[in-house]
Design a binder for this molecule. Sequence first.
Ligand code: B12
Ligand code: SF4
Length: 438
Amino acid sequence: MKIALIMVKSKVYAFKNRSMFFNKMSDSLTLGMLHAIIKNAFEDIEIELYDETVEIVKKEDIDADLIGISAITPCINRAYEYARYFKNKNKTVFIGGVHATLNPDEVKKHCDSVVVGLANETLPALIKDFCEGKLQDIYCQSSGMSFENMVFPTRNIYEAKSFFGDELNMVQATFGCMNMCGFCVQPYVCLGHHKRPVQDVVKEISQIQDGYVEFYDPNLAKDKDYLKELCKALIPLKKKWFAPMTISVCYDDELLSLLSKAGCCEVLIGFESVSQESVKSINKKFNTVEDYKNCVKKLHDNNIKVMGSFVLGLDGDDGNSFKKILDFVNEAHIDFVRYTINTPYPGTPYFEELKRQNRIINTCWDFYDCRHCVIQPALMTKEELEKGYDYLWHKTYSLKNVIKRLNYNQSKLKFLKQVIINFVFGVVYNRMMFKKYY
Ligand code: B12
Ligand code: SF4
């Protein structure tokens, strides 16, 4: 019995066209996790993995009894193309991932079976049913799924495929987030917020050889007591690590100090907007714009770098917002900055609300990559928003602004090193982001 698992790329954000070494860097834990789930349940199943984000996949060369495809929304149409091809060859095809979780009925039209939510328990059930000739249409994560003793991902799957990816160094301690920010899919992807036992996470991390670990949690700070416990347990491991959080950590001095002691050296913070009106429009109540600069300073004082994320085109944003954001990221000294265009994901209440308001202007999921405007913004045109997005990515990483942003560094050597890294990142990333693929 052989299973092929394919992770598809999107059409407009094509990794194989990424600049220089970026086109060979694996970013995802998905295939490593699915591989481990299958191997843990069935010793004798042969698994082939294909990841279009790091390799050119020729579907004609793939031959397996079962074909599983992983796709997020901007990649789903490509998943459908693959499914059509394999179904025409009389293969059984199943699809999982965020889009399938949010839109199982749509996805089912294109394949034999859909996996909704986390696959730890459902994937083994699907394979067993297939072997017994009783495959079901949909497999849903159960509300009682256990987060204890979860299988560890297979970490060497990219050894031969990826330039840097000898070992996957990502880990997930918590799943989902119930902060209910309007634009976010996390409240709907895995039936709530779940925490693995701290000792399981620490055991998994201690097996990672890399000294640097990336948490792929949507928001590691959702439960502060849990995070404190995790930090205490991580101190002896002496790893450096990165994790997405919210600015709420900045209001807890004990937590900030623990993060620093535990090796946290960079956090991703969703500031989203510098307009309190916009922040309110997406229900991100705990983001108080007037505190932002002080919050960044507190993180810096604890030797933690800040990757700031901004969503452009929210309902309080107009044509003047872009310059305000640029000034803010410079003045607040945000180390790395990411911009996305406000994108309501199909299958969420936010998408339904904008549809009700007749503001969805593009329903081709290929463009739901946060780089294209797919809705009618409230206070500007689609063109203004896409131009503003382009302006911010380019201006933020101009040498002049990189220097302005990073001049908070006290040591000259550190400052110079950070400027070079930041500027090179900007050049490479901008080349990749603004390539036209269509
Ligand atoms: C790593 C990552 C990336 C990587 C690669 C992602 C990829 N697949 O192409 C990079 C950095 C390139 C990236 C880019 C983007 N990403 Co991203 N990314 C992530 C992140 C942080 C972790 C994904 C991961 O590895 N998780 C760990 C694995 C183990 O979990 P998993 O993928 O969910 O898989 C489990 C289940 O979903 C299921 N499953 C998944 N696939 C399959 C397939 C089968 C067959 C089965 C049975 C089960 C199954 O089983 C798995 C085990 O339980 C998530 C956020 C998060 N914390 O989940 C966002 C996330 C997936 N990204 C998202 C988005 C929006 C983007 C961008 C559009 C945003 C942007 N502008 O940067 C781009 C678009 C990329 C593109 N292809 O066009 C959204 C997806 C929303 C959606 N509706 O699809 C997410 C959920 C973030 C969010 N907004 O909350 N991303
Ligand atoms: S805090 Fe972050 S992960 Fe949680 S719902 Fe809001 S945007 Fe999503």
